[in-house]
Ligand binder design. Structure first.
Ligand code: NDP
Length: 328
């Protein structure tokens, strides 16, 4: 028997989440690697799954947890053997396939990547999908030609998981990062991560003009809606915006003006189905480039039971940085 968070659908369509005892027979049969989870994490999407605030879960009952790190226990996959250290992010785990907010999981070997040498399971989950998405966003800016001398970079949702790690990565690479946040009392925190300036997100969250004063060479947005649209309207000629999130909303009430008059580029970032080579490259850069002291400063460790109480907090935008879950 092992401990897991188990989600069931109530008759009224709402989600019932509880800490449960499960056995291996309840794990999905369509997996070729059984793993022991050491650490998992709570991302925004896990918050949505546990609270039932959005239809993230598409199979019931479900164990949430889109991220896991630990060791292989049993494997019939040629690349994995007992004792191997792995990281799992996405692929529908915690949505359509039982996830990692549990002491055990049965996964597909094709989904796993090797944990970089020297990176602990706890560090991997302190980074989690949020941090790996921040790296995908930062790499996209670089690949699109935005370098540290191009000008200021705006990071929205700055105190959240994606935002906090994006600030740490980009400032570590020498970029001048400006943080947009609803938590101005976290200004010292954001500056300690490397932000040179902090803006009140209220300046970006209401409808604005299609073209505004040009300021940003690049943007990492995890907020969507009017925030993304205003950020786009403030990007300098030829600048680049990455969009990965919807913390304000899924809507995109934009104008084509910045695209056709300023030649700006909008790059979509997806972590869930990202190809394996891309994941390995991102995790390798996270292992080499992310300042572990900064990562420690943004991370809080919680238990499996506390994951239930923190889920509504992350959806309410009240969580600072990253929550790592010690499942044992
Ligand atoms: P967090 O909850 O940790 O961070 C989101 C941050 O957004 C909050 O901390 C808050 O920051 C800001 N925010 C929250 N509500 C609002 C609002 N109503 N208006 C404006 N800003 C708001 O989540 P994550 O960092 O884990 O994820 C961020 C987003 O990215 C989510 O939408 C998530 O689903 C998405 N995501 C997408 C991925 C992909 O593959 N495309 C992968 C990972 C995440 P502050 O208080 O500082 O303003």
């Amino acid at each position: 028997m092992f401990n897991a968070i188990l989600l069931n659908k109530n008759d009224d369509g709402s989600t019932a989440a509880q800490l449960s005892q499960m056995d291996d027979a309840q794990l999905p049969a369509d997996g070729d690697v059984t793993v022991a989870i050491d650490y998992s994490t709570i991302n925004y999407k896990d918050g949505l799954a546990i609270t039932g605030r959005a239809p993230v879960v598409r199979k019931w009952p479900m164990v949430p947890g889109i991220d896991g790190a630990g060791q292989v226990l049993e494997s019939s996959h040629p690349d994995w053997k007992p004792g191997d250290a792995f990281i799992l992010n996405g692929w529908g785990v915690g949505e359509t396939h039982m996830g990692c907010l549990a002491q055990r999981a049965r996964l597909k070997g094709d989904w796993l990547i090797r944990r970089p040498d020297g990176m602990s399971a706890r560090t991997a989950m302190a980074i989690g999908t949020a941090g790996y998405t921040a790296m995908l966003s930062a790499l996209a800016l670089q690949e699109q030609g935005v370098d540290k001398d191009s000008g200021e970079i705006l990071v929205t949702g700055a105190s959240g998981g994606v935002g906090s790690v994006a600030i740490a990565i980009l400032s570590g690479w020498g970029y001048r990062v400006v943080a947009s946040t609803g938590k101005l009392d976290e200004t010292d925190y954001l500056k300690s991560l490397g932000a040179v300036d902090v803006l009140d997100r209220a300046a970006l969250s209401a409808p604005g003009k299609p073209l505004q004063k040009e300021r940003w060479a690049g943007v990492v947005d995890s907020v969507g809606s009017h925030t993304l649209v205003n950020a786009i309207a403030q990007v300098r000629y030829g600048g680049v915006v990455t969009a990965c999130g919807l913390a304000q909303g899924l809507d995109f009430p934009a104008s084509v003006a910045p695209f056709i008059l300023r030649g700006i580029r909008l790059i979509g970032i997806d972590s869930v189905m990202a190809p394996r080579e891309r994941r390995i490259a991102a995790w390798s850069r996270l292992a080499s480039d992310l300042d572990t002291a900064k990562l420690d400063a943004i991370t809080r460790e919680i238990t499996l039971a506390e994951a239930l109480t923190q889920a509504p907090e992350i959806i309410a935008g009240k969580v600072r940085g990253r929550l790592v879950v010690n499942v044992n």
